[in-house]
Design a protein around this ligand. Structure first.
Ligand SMILES: [Fe+2]
Length: 206
């Protein structure tokens, strides 16, 4: 018998902000293709929750079971939704150094903006899918965490404030294998006002 957790509301993909079609160094074609992938994650999240509502809980098995497959792939789909909603929301700005609360946090926890940027770029070069600057509530500080797939490796009780997508779909159209130049372009398009709004909404203390 399914639980109330699977009595879900379907979610819809968020609209793509018009600014996203005019980024510096990341083409409209790349963004439009990327947005389609995000829409796919939303659709699969909805589909999987619907299937979970009808799955046989009694047949759950760690080696193979429909229930296991749905739960594992739900984490991939939900990760894809959340990661891309951060990514698209905080692009479309003028880049540069973070100001306001984010600027203070970066200087406090990394010693300077260049150190933060260098560490996040290296984290992005080392990741197979994502790099995040997250505020870790247990440690009370920012840290750049590495990600591989959409569902690896988020850290509990840490809130991502910057989400750098380094899947090849994010840059191959514009940069082929030159991921580093794409990461530089990513920094050039960050909207620090959006990030500072999140810091205020989450009540992260500076
Ligand atoms: Fe992506």
């Amino acid at each position: 018998m399914a639980t109330l957790a699977f009595n879900h509301e379907e979610i819809a993909a968020r609209e793509l902000k018009p600014e996203l079609l005019e980024l510096h160094g990341i083409s409209r074609a790349a963004v439009e293709a990327h947005y389609k992938l995000y829409q796919g994650y939303v659709a699969k999240r909805n589909e999987i929750l619907g299937r979970l509502a009808e799955a046989d809980l009694g047949a759950a098995n760690q080696v193979y079971s429909e229930f296991r497959a749905l739960k594992v792939d739900l984490s991939f789909a939900v990760g894809g939704v959340k990661n891309h909603e951060i990514y698209f929301e905080h692009l479309g700005g003028a880049g540069g150094d973070p100001d306001g609360a984010m600027g203070e946090l970066v200087r406090r926890d990394f010693g300077g903006v260049e150190a933060w940027r260098a560490d996040l770029k290296a984290t992005g070069m080392a990741g197979r899918g994502w790099a995040w600057t997250a505020y870790d509530w247990d440690e009370g500080r920012l840290f750049n965490y590495v990600g591989d797939a959409q569902n690896t490796f988020p850290v509990w009780n840490a809130t991502p404030l910057v989400a750098l997508d380094v899947y090849e779909h994010a840059y191959f159209l514009d940069y082929q294998t030159d991921r580093g130049s794409y990461i530089d372009a990513f920094f050039d398009n960050l909207d620090w006002g959006v990030v500072n709004d999140w810091i205020a909404r989450y009540q992260i203390q500076v």
